[in-house]
Design a protein around this ligand. Structure first.
Ligand SMILES: *Cc1c(COP(=O)(O)O)cnc(C)c1O
Length: 375
């Protein structure tokens, strides 16, 4: 992937915001509860390694990722803290994970059997640390029957040279909603699994950001803190009360590369879907849907000189046009996400306009946009 280091558009990440969000959450955790920073998907588009560094400096004691490659990326970047892969990894890769002290999520005894068989073929093995995932209602991965879970626990016990039972966890489907009925059902189901154990593993964890922020009584002894690290409210706008004001870490800025006056009847961009009704000034911004600035954002706005300016005409792959209140010089700053002179556009507002969630938008800002780190 070519990174556009020379272009006039960038994702700006404020490390202090990440540190602040992590520090505030660590302060709220019960004594003995750890915060693992979730840095999957390139740190939700913010950059995995810089985010991991900032989170660790602020008190995170481990990391969660989605896939083994991300875990290996952290090890390559010399992080020695515990890492948990949250998705299902192929059992043939158990040995690679074990040798790098990467913990894997397991959702069936079959997986353990397959991993053991694969490991047996290796000349030297280290035991693999596993976290047993319980499907208490998310319906995604994990044990759905207590008997199967107990069979897996027994299998781990019988094979101590292959496996370490390091964790048990679940994931909530509705922790970010006002109505807690379904959430409470999941808590109950998960607790029934934990109650079956003679001895708890090192980590018992259930909390994503929403759970840790709003249901901290059931945190366990580790939280998987994700979207809130980046300063985003996990609920979007459903729950506005927060224990501390989250600080968004990401801004997206560019500049005007071309400015002109058009006249009544002149059209702008593909399909000529926008036609001026009077004389107006049009600025061109060198970003487009190939950067993750979605085509459906036509009609939304950006900030120029603290003023909202409408996006007119279709958004192209690499450029889009805005209507300006007056002519502006080439090089004038354009803020797509973030603050400008007291005005602000949040990722949540962009998400609401484009009918999605801020999680998705952060992840789809492509790597053609360079990431710049401040503070
Ligand atoms: C992604 C993920 C998280 C983090 O969720 P946030 O809502 O971003 O805090 C936690 N746990 C699991 C299993 C996940 O997949």
């Amino acid at each position: 992937m070519v990174v556009g280091n020379l272009r006039n558009a960038q994702v700006v990440i404020d490390r202090q915001a990440i540190k602040y969000n992590v520090r505030e959450e660590v302060k709220r955790l019960k004594q003995g509860t750890e915060l693992f920073a979730v840095v999957k998907a390139d740190g939700y588009g913010h950059g995995m390694v810089p985010v991991a560094q900032a989170a660790q400096a602020a008190g995170a004691t481990g990391f969660c990722v989605a896939i083994l490659d991300e875990a290996l990326g952290l090890r390559e970047a010399h992080f020695t803290a515990p890492i948990l892969v949250l998705g299902i990894t192929r059992p043939e890769l158990a040995e690679i994970a074990a040798s790098q002290h990467i913990s894997l999520t397991v959702g069936s005894k079959d997986w353990l059997v397959a991993a053991k068989n694969a490991m047996t073929k290796q000349s030297h093995i280290e035991p693999l640390a596993v976290h047993l995932g319980i499907d208490s209602g998310m319906g995604r991965i994990g044990f759905t029957q207590v008997v199967d879970f107990l069979a897996a626990v027994a299998f781990i016990k019988q094979n101590p040279e292959y496996f370490i039972f390091e964790g048990i966890f679940t994931h909530f489907a509705t922790a970010d909603e006002q109505d807690t009925t379904y959430f409470q059902q999941q808590v109950k189901k998960f607790n029934a699994y934990v109650a079956q154990l003679d001895q708890r593993p090192r980590y018992v964890h259930v909390s994503n950001s929403a759970t840790s922020l709003w249901h901290d009584a059931c945190n366990g002894n580790m939280v998987r803190f994700g979207v809130a690290i980046y300063g985003l409210n996990p609920s979007g706008t459903a729950i506005s009360e927060l224990p501390y004001p989250l600080q968004p870490a990401l801004s997206l800025t560019s500049e005007i590369v071309f400015c002109k006056q058009i006249h009544a009847g002149d059209s702008v961009s593909y399909g000529a879907t926008y036609t001026a009704e009077a004389d107006e000034y049009i600025g061109t911004v060198p970003m487009g849907y190939a950067d993750g600035w979605l085509r459906r954002l036509q009609g939304f706005h950006v900030l120029v000189d603290g003023h909202p300016c409408e996006i007119v005409g279709r958004i192209c792959m690499d450029q889009f046009m805005i209507r300006l209140p007056k002519p502006y010089d080439v090089g004038t700053k354009v803020t797509l996400i973030g603050e400008d002179q007291g005005a602000e556009i949040t990722l949540q507002e962009v998400a609401a306009y484009s009918d999605t969630i801020h999680y998705e938008l952060a992840c789809i800002l492509t790597n053609r946009l360079p990431r710049k780190y401040i503070n």
